[in-house]
Write a protein that binds this ligand. Structure first.
Ligand SMILES: [Zn+2]
Ligand SMILES: [Zn+2]
Length: 318
């Protein structure tokens, strides 16, 4: 009861789209299906993870190459045809490249497989190159996905997809984290062209009895911004596990150390970082967080996080 009163006070204090009083997930497993490192399956510059939560399945991002997630799932003995909801974190083609082939292949077994794609509403904004052409990685796939019966579900704000399962939608950029490398791409706005800071970048946040789990694709919004926003929408609990790409590979030691210090304050006890986090940055974050090779391995294809059990690393990263 005291917990609920505290949660209600938090909601009122922050005027957040708060569901701290809403459900918590009881069972959660996140299995990585695309990242750079692989000891079974194929590595690639991309990201994808299967989320199994209280009997429901989501695919978070779809990898870079059209067939890598399909092949990796097969080599791991995972049947993706039961997955009807895809979550796309942002427009980049290393997260969207598998969408069409996944839908096309899996709908043969289940017509509803991969038929709903949850995205931030601003994901289709044009990303303008200097010659004026659009470099958006999802826009070219839109018509084909819809022709195959897929439907984009556009979220303006945070949304609870299942009790305790939150899609963040666009994340407020409270801290000046610049964890992207969009190479001069511009966004066209009423105030003129501005640098593309990947405004649609979204994550998943899970409210569990142990605290919050955050799953991010590239973390372009900044993992500290994402984690603090997760607390705002999913409830005032420690962020005890962070999974995914944090886009710190090209950042200075100072930036990585700042990130580690902030994540430690937020309560991170498990880090399953992969993809664009960078191997050096992952090891540096591990040290800053006071974690170990068991609680902060480099993520590989097939590595997983299970609520109540922690991280199962692949052989190469164990
Ligand atoms: Zn990206
Ligand atoms: Zn990426």
């Amino acid at each position: 009861m005291l917990k609920k009163i505290a949660a209600l006070a938090f909601c009122l204090a922050f005027l957040a789209p708060c569901a701290a009083l809403a459900g918590q997930v009881k069972a959660l497993k996140v299995t990585v299906l695309s990242t750079m490192l692989a000891d079974r399956g194929l590595g690639e510059w991309g990201y994808s993870a299967l989320v199994e939560v209280d009997g429901r399945k989501f695919l978070f991002d779809t990898g870079a190459n059209p067939d890598v997630v399909l092949k990796n799932a097969k080599s791991l003995g995972i049947d993706l045809s039961e997955v009807e909801d895809v979550v796309i974190s942002h427009n980049h083609d290393d997260h969207t490249g598998g969408l069409i082939s996944l839908r096309r292949e899996l709908m043969k077994k289940n017509p509803r497989a991969m038929s709903r794609a949850h995205v931030s509403a601003n994901i289709f904004l044009p990303r303008l190159k200097t010659d004026g052409s659009d470099d958006n990685g999802l826009t070219p796939l839109r018509a084909e996905y819809e022709r195959l019966g897929g439907r984009f579900i556009l979220h303006e704000d945070a949304a609870q997809l299942e009790p305790g399962v939150w899609f963040t939608g666009p994340v407020p950029r409270k801290y000046p984290e610049t964890n992207w490398s969009t190479d001069g791409l511009k966004l066209h706005t009423a105030a003129g062209d501005v640098a593309d800071n990947v405004p649609e970048d979204a994550a998943l946040a899970f409210s569990t009895p142990e605290g919050l789990v955050v799953l991010t694709g590239c973390g372009h919004a900044g993992i500290v911004n994402i984690s603090e926003y997760a607390q705002k929408i999913a409830g005032p609990a420690p962020v005890f596990a962070v999974i995914g790409g944090l886009h710190l590979f090209a950042k200075s030691d100072d930036v990585v150390d700042w990130t580690g210090t902030r994540l430690r304050r937020l309560g991170v006890r498990y880090l399953l970082a992969g993809h664009c986090t960078g191997i050096e940055a992952t090891l540096r974050l591990r040290a800053a967080l006071g974690l170990t090779r068991k609680t902060a391995p480099v993520s590989s294809v097939g590595s997983s996080f299970t609520l109540g059990k922690g991280i199962q690393p692949g052989d190469i990263a164990a």
